[in-house]
Ligand binder design. Structure first.
Ligand code: BTN
Length: 251
């Protein structure tokens, strides 16, 4: 797939810029990259720390020919592609954590914020995929310091942000084309090989309350399946996982 890159020194949020472009008719493959974000946004209304030059802050406009209730597949596709790109660049094994995080050595190195907008009359809904990768970050804000990491911290060497950008766009293009041609099956297959939570004890904070048990993996609807201590299975559609992989908690 073809990408057209728009580069900025500093923006509020690359997602905000990409959403505006999409609303003005920007085609699929439009990419916004900034060296710094002054109001980087994460999931659940959190902020995404985005200091100049230490991370990759990138948003892509997709216009997938998918029904509205299948657009969630784009976030899983992007997480798989991001994990593959990060593994390639770092020579380490990056894993995915439901719903859309990428971890290195049990700490979050990459987050994804997917936002859809209504289509113009007769058109396809634009889906904006915002990806933040901690590349050369050495210090994190105290509230995330325990759970976050960067490529430089894990590899012990500084990494060129453009190197990560190239790998990420290549993997995203390949996985997006695969999703469009072959449906969610191949993406789910890749997800299962990269899933860091399956088989582990988890607590999921959902809008309806806490779900505790053993994660069974992700189903074909993108839900996280959890087996509770009484043997019953729950499918969770949205929430935040605290995974008790080892003594350390990842969030
Ligand atoms: C999360 O894990 O909470 C999602 C974080 C997403 C951060 C990226 S950085 C590029 C794009 N612009 C934003 O404001 N957010 C996303």
């Amino acid at each position: 797939m073809e990408f057209t890159i728009h580069r900025y020194e500093s923006v509020t949020s690359t997602n905000d810029v990409a959403i505006r472009m999409a609303e003005e008719g920007a085609p699929e493959g439009t990419v916004v990259i900034a060296s710094e974000q002054t109001a980087g946004r994460g999931r659940h209304g959190r902020r995404w720390s985005s200091p100049a030059g230490s991370g990759l802050y990138l948003s892509v406009v997709f216009r997938p020919p998918l029904a509205l209730d299948h657009l969630w597949q784009i976030g899983f596709m992007a997480a798989v592609a991001s994990a593959e790109a990060i593994s390639r660049v770092s020579q380490l094994s990056a894993l995915v954590k439901w719903p859309n995080d990428v971890l290195l050595n049990e700490r979050k190195v990459c987050g994804i914020l997917t936002e859809a907008r209504s289509p113009a009359a007769g058109g396809r809904s634009p889906v904006i995929v915002g990806i933040g990768v901690n590349v050369n970050t050495l210090d994190f804000p105290p509230e995330i310091a325990r759970m976050a990491t960067s490529l430089a911290l894990e590899t012990g060497v500084p990494i060129a942000v453009e190197h990560v950008e190239h790998a990420l766009l290549e993997c995203l293009g390949t996985r997006y084309e695969q999703l469009m041609a072959g449906g969610f099956g191949p993406i789910l297959g890749a997800w299962k090989t990269l899933d860091c939570t399956a088989g582990h004890e988890v607590t999921v904070h959902t809008p309806e309350g806490e779900v505790c048990g053993t994660a069974q993996g992700v189903d074909c609807h993108g839900n996280l399946v959890v087996r509770q201590s009484d043997g019953s299975q729950v499918s969770v559609a949205s929430g935040e996982v605290v995974c008790h992989i080892s003594d350390r908690q990842t969030k």
